[in-house]
Design a protein around this ligand. Structure first.
Ligand code: NOJ
Ligand code: CA
Length: 556
């Protein structure tokens, strides 16, 4: 009976693979460097395919690997249908996809449709073609204000800080939501729309299984004059009619994309990165007529706190059921402080993601961070996540229990958010993008034959994959075991809460009898006879220790 459910949800319906997938995010420049130039590359990923298979994930999501000046870590794309020569070739990409597919691992790539790189052929053409040209109409060009037009069209600020407008040689201004090198596209332009359909087909034809859509909620804009001031803009509700954010008309774009996705067998999948104002607005991105799934970042900004977790889980499962999508869980990615560090922050900062990371400015993990507690809580939270219905997105290095790296000097930093000082206040995002430690010794800890493009601290040795692979109590061993057992635990996308009599302990069961118990508090939680069926995490004297999770197998 149990097996029947399992087979039905995991293998019979190939089109539904994404619903409960464990997806591992690779940040290609920092994963593995095959040619020793200090930058991770596609052959590097190929060389680590066995590691990914041993880990037991269902899919990988690759952050951008396209030609790019790396003004924003590759999210400034110069050509959407090629591989950055520093990262490899299209042939390398094909070989990587084939090797992953051979091991049953699906491949998701990142699509960045809101903006191109300023080096993209279209933007270069727009610069050369001059004001009023058709080429400029693919972007958002405006005349400046002030007597000689030397003031920007509005006082809007970019997400990374500083003006959202930059001036080109002939005096016109262009709009960029992010860095200067990332001009926003004009999504009212038919060629822009058509070109992205070509890109989606290009990668789908190469065997890519799905897409992660960068800032999916920002593409369409209403820039009817007169443009509002920054203060007016900020005061407008984000209800579908805001000039810049989460406009209802963006879903026309995704309806077109869906037709492309569904023209493949199995249909290609997509997940929206959409930071929108309400769960209801997020659901629009996850609709079956649109992208199909949307990131749920609720736990990524929550405290390590049982009531918060319970509310978030209940609400998101209800919402997934209502929309027919499956929910997503995520604790870390390339934009936020690693959760093993976040959970070790002093209580008042515990909620902070990158905003409010004074701890880093104050001197790094050694000061004010409880590293052991951070890791303990991270392991507990991850085991809880992996037991939930829905898909889980894991970020490279979290399986090693990696901490955020604070020891990066201003000269070594790369993140435009650090230099522009906008929404990602503090030290920016480089600390979670430091190349992975594969071996506890050797050049760049086995990342490559030489150095690494961001400095690896000496304490990376403790987190090296080779050392952890050999240690059954390591975080890597825990992830491997959890991902293996997850295949047994997964069933119908439902859970039932079991009351524990404690506000700081969550316990639930899945329809096939598996149970997950997380103790968020310090006092052990007694399991009684159920302790005999603990197969993941450890019961001590038949109790769940503080800040830990156990999985309990069904009764035989
Ligand atoms: C979201 C991406 O995750 C982030 O890394 C990037 O800087 C912005 N979008 C702009 O593309
Ligand atoms: Ca390289």
């Amino acid at each position: 009976m149990t097996d029947a459910v399992l087979v039905e949800t995991r293998t019979d319906d190939a089109a539904a693979w994404w619903r409960q997938a464990a997806v591992y995010q690779i940040y290609p420049r920092s994963f593995a460097d095959a040619n020793g130039d200090g930058i991770g590359d596609i052959p590097g990923i190929l060389s680590r395919v066995d590691y990914l298979a041993d880990l037991g994930i269902d899919a990988v999501w690759l952050s951008p690997f396209y030609p790019s000046a790396l003004a924003d870590g590759g999210y400034d794309v110069a050509d959407y249908r090629d591989v950055d020569p520093r990262l490899g070739t299209l042939a390398d990409f094909d070989a990587m996809v084939a090797a992953l597919h051979e091991r049953g691992i699906r491949v998701v790539v990142d699509i960045v449709p809101n903006h191109t790189s300023d080096l993209h052929a279209w933007f270069q053409e727009a610069l050369a073609a001059g004001r009023g040209s058709a080429a400029r109409d693919r972007y958002i060009f405006r005349e400046g204000t002030g007597p000689d037009g030397s003031e920007p069209p509005t006082d809007w600020v970019s997400v990374f800080g500083g003006s959202a407008w930059d001036r080109v040689e002939d005096g016109q201004w262009y709009f960029h939501n992010f860095a200067t090198e990332q001009p926003d596209l004009n999504w009212a332009h038919p060629e822009v729309r058509e070109d992205f359909l070509t890109t989606l087909r290009f990668w789908s034809d190469r065997g890519v299984d799905g897409f992660r859509i960068d800032v999916a909620h920002m593409l369409t804009k209403d820039l009817t004059e007169p443009l509002p001031s920054r203060a007016e803009l900020d005061a407008l509700p984000q209800d579908g009619n805001h000039p810049l954010i989460d406009r209802d008309d963006v879903h026309e774009v995704y309806a077109e994309w869906r037709r492309v996705f569904d023209s493949y067998d199995p249909p290609r999948t997509a997940v929206a990165e959409a930071w929108v104002s309400t769960p209801e607005r997020r659901a629009k991105y996850a609709s079956a007529e649109g992208l199909g799934q949307a990131f749920n970042f609720d736990l990524l900004v929550a405290d390590f706190d049982a009531p918060q977790f319970r509310t978030i889980i209940t609400d998101n499962l209800a919402q997934a059921e209502a929309t027919g999508s499956s929910t997503t869980w995520v604790l870390s990615n390339h934009d936020v402080t690693r959760h093993a560090t976040r959970y070790g922050l002093p209580p008042l900062d515990g909620r902070a993601v990158k905003q409010g990371t004074e701890w880093v400015a104050a001197g790094g993990p050694a000061e004010g961070i409880d590293v052991a507690q951070g890791l303990r809580r991270a392991r507990a939270a991850t085991l809880l996540l992996l037991g939930l219905p829905g898909s889980t997105y894991l970020y490279q290095g979290e399986e090693l229990g990696l901490q955020e790296v604070a020891e990066i000097t201003p000269e070594q930093r790369q993140d435009p958010a650090f230099f522009r000082g906008g929404e990602f206040d503090g030290l920016g995002r480089d600390g979670c993008r430091v190349p992975l430690p594969w071996t506890s010794s050797g050049p760049s800890f086995g990342f490559g034959a030489n150095g690494a493009h961001l400095p690896q601290p000496s304490w990376f040795a403790e987190f090296a994959a080779d050392a952890e692979a050999a240690d059954p109590s390591s975080t890597l061993s825990l992830y491997r075991e959890a991902l293996r057992l997850r295949r047994e635990l997964q069933a119908e996308e439902r859970l039932d809460w079991i009351e524990t009599g404690r506000a700081d302990v969550l316990r639930f069961s899945r329809p096939n009898g598996w149970q997950v118990v997380t103790n968020f508090g310090a006092e052990p939680f007694e399991l009684g006879a159920d302790a005999d069926r603990v197969v993941l995490g450890a019961a001590v004297d038949s109790a769940v220790p503080g800040e830990s999770t156990v999985w309990i197998a069904p009764t035989a």
